[in-house]
Design a protein around this ligand. Structure first.
Ligand code: UDP
Ligand code: UDP
Length: 301
C-alpha cells in the first residue's frame, strides 16, 4: 500500500502481474480495513527535502498512520513492524548510538515533523504492546540507499551519484566532516524480515544499519572515483539541525537477530550507480518517462 507521494508504481510494475502481489493506492493517515497476517509500516517520506515539503502531513503520516495500522493489527491479531529511524536520536551526544540512548531532538525545528512523528509512533507501538498486548516489532533504520531511489530524492547518496553522472557540481553541505553510516537496501530488508520472524514479546527497538562510518566528504570522493566523474566539489550551507555524527551500535541486532550487514559501501554503490546510469540515459539528461519505465521493467537484467 502506498499513496505514491514519493514512491512510484514504476518500481513495482514487474510485480503487478503476479497473483501473489496486490497494490493498494491509499494514504495511511486514513483508516484502512483489509486482511493481513503481518504488517510492515514503512509509510512516511524519509528524505528531508520531501518530508519538509508538507510537514503537517508528515506528522499525520507517522502518528495517524501508526494509530491506523496498530488498529488494523489489533483487529486482525497480526504482527506489526514499525520502520523507525536513527532520527529518534536527533543530533546525538553519544557515538555510536545504542538503543538505550534517548536522543537529543529539537521539538520545534524543521526536522521535528519527521523526528517527533517517528518518536510518537514508537510511543504508540509500545502503548499498544502494553495496553492491548499487540505483537509489535520496532526497527530503527540508519541511512539506507540502493537502486530505485528517485533521481530527485534529495538525500546525499542519490544526490552525489546523479550530480557525478551528469557532470554537475557535487553539493557538500557545510564542511563535509559530518559523518553518516550507509546501509545497502538488501541488508536492511534482511534485518527487517529477521525481526518480523522473532518470537512474540521480542519488540525491539533494534538498530539496523551499517556501522562503518564515513564523512560526507569521503562519500563524495568515493562516488567521483567510482563514476570517473569530472564534477567539482562545492560547499553549500549546512541545513538547520543537521546531525553532526551518526552511526549505529548494532550489537543488539547481532545477538538478537544474528544479523549484520554484508555489503561494504563500494559494493553497494556499484549497482546503485549502474541503476542511475540507466535511468538517466547515456546523455546524462533525464530520460523521458516512457524510457524510464522501460528501463525499470528491465531492471535488473
Ligand atoms: N483502524 C483501521 N483499520 C482497522 C481497525 C482500526 O484503520 O481494521 C483504525 C481506526 O481509525 C481506529 C484506529 O485504527 O480509530 C485505532 O483502532 P483501535 O481499535 O485501537 O481504536 P478505537 O477504534 O477504539 O479508537
Ligand atoms: N548532504 C550533503 N549534500 C547533499 C545532501 C545532503 O552534503 O546534496 C549532507 C547532509 O547535510 C547531511 C548528510 O549529507 O549531513 C546526510 O543527509 P541526508 O539528507 O542524506 O540524510 P540525513 O542523514 O541528514 O537524514
Amino acid at each position: 500500500m502506498d499513496n505514491e507521494y514519493t514512491g512510484t508504481k514504476r518500481n513495482i510494475r514487474r510485480l503487478l502481474s503476479s497473483d501473489r502481489f496486490e497494490f493498494l493506492r491509499h494514504d495511511v493517515s486514513v483508516p484502512l480495513y483489509v486482511e493481513a497476517g503481518e504488517i510492515y509500516n514503512l509509510a512516511c517520506p524519509a528524505s528531508p527535502v520531501h518530508y519538509q515539503r508538507d510537514p503537517v502531513q508528515t506528522t499525520k503520516t507517522s502518528v495517524l498512520g501508526a494509530i491506523n495500522m496498530l488498529g488494523l493489527a489489533k483487529r486482525l491479531g497480526a504482527r506489526i513492524l514499525q520502520a523507525s529511524t536513527s532520527e529518534v536520536y536527533g543530533d546525538p551526544e553519544i557515538h555510536p548510538q545504542p538503543e538505550r540512548y534517548w536522543g537529543r531532538v529539537n521539538p520545534i525545528g524543521i526536522r521535528s515533523c519527521y523526528d517527533e512523528g517517528k518518536r510518537c509512533a514508537e510511543t504508540l507501538f509500545f502503548d499498544y504492546f502494553r495496553q492491548h498486548q499487540l505483537n509489535i516489532k520496532v526497527v530503527r533504520i540508519f541511512n539506507t540507499y540502493g537502486p530505485r531511489m528517485r533521481t530527485d530524492d534529495g538525500r546525499v547518496v542519490s544526490n552525489f551519484i546523479v550530480q557525478a553522472l551528469q557532470g554537475k557540481d557535487i553539493t557538500i553541505c557545510g564542511d563535509g566532516q559530518q559523518t553518516r553510516a550507509f546501509c545497502y537496501v538488501d541488508d536492511l530488508i534482511d534485518g527487517m524480515v529477521r525481526m518480523m520472524a522473532t518470537d512474540n514479546g521480542v519488540t525491539g527497538p533494534v538498530n539496523i544499519g551499517n556501522p562503518v562510518t564515513f564523512t560526507i566528504l569521503h562519500l563524495a570522493e568515493t562516488i567521483i572515483r567510482l563514476t570517473k566523474s569530472r564534477s567539482r566539489i562545492v560547499r553549500i550551507p549546512l541545513p538547520e539541525d543537521d546531525p553532526r555524527q551518526r552511526s549505529p551500535d548494532i550489537s543488539l541486532a547481532h545477538t538478537m537477530l544474528g544479523w549484520e550487514p554484508v555489503t561494504p559501501l563500494e559494493e553497494g554503490l556499484k549497482p546503485t550507480i549502474a541503476y542511475f546510469k540507466k535511468i538517466l540515459g547515456i546523455s546524462g539528461a533525464v530520460a523521458p518517462i516512457e524510457q524510464v519505465a522501460r528501463e525499470l521493467v528491465a531492471w535488473p537484467q
